[in-house]
Design a binder for this molecule. Structure first.
Ligand code: SF4
Length: 107
């Protein structure tokens, strides 16, 4: 036979369960899977003037050169291979996919 549970005990348990569930929900949201290159028709060359390097989802590679932090640029000033917040795998700055969304520049 189950023991009766007090209202205080019930509320404590419910609050504890909610506290445990919140971080798990936040983690699940962060680790949303990325799309495959095939599913977004990724190509390693531009479509007209539209290129990953100008897309708001492009993440340039980060490296060091001569002790200075370089963000996504090679010695010749071009963007290095990077990543994308929406598409899995290495992404060429001169690539393109159907999720292309141009960055908005403030002037
Ligand atoms: S969303 Fe598509 S176009 Fe934009 S950076 Fe990612 S792969 Fe390139």
């Amino acid at each position: 036979m189950a023991r009766p549970i007090s209202r205080r005990h019930f509320l404590r348990r419910t609050a504890a369960a909610a506290m445990l569930a919140l971080p798990m929900a936040a983690t699940a949201k962060k680790s949303a899977p990325k799309a495959s290159k095939a599913s977004v028709r990724y190509q390693d060359h531009p479509k007209g003037r539209d290129v990953c390097g100008r897309c708001r989802f492009f993440l340039p590679a980060v490296g060091h050169s001569n002790g200075l932090m370089m963000q996504g640029t090679k010695a010749n000033g071009t963007l290095a291979i990077g990543h994308c917040t929406k598409v899995a795998g290495r992404i060429a700055p001169m690539g393109y996919c159907i999720l292309y969304t141009p960055r908005v520049h403030s002037q």
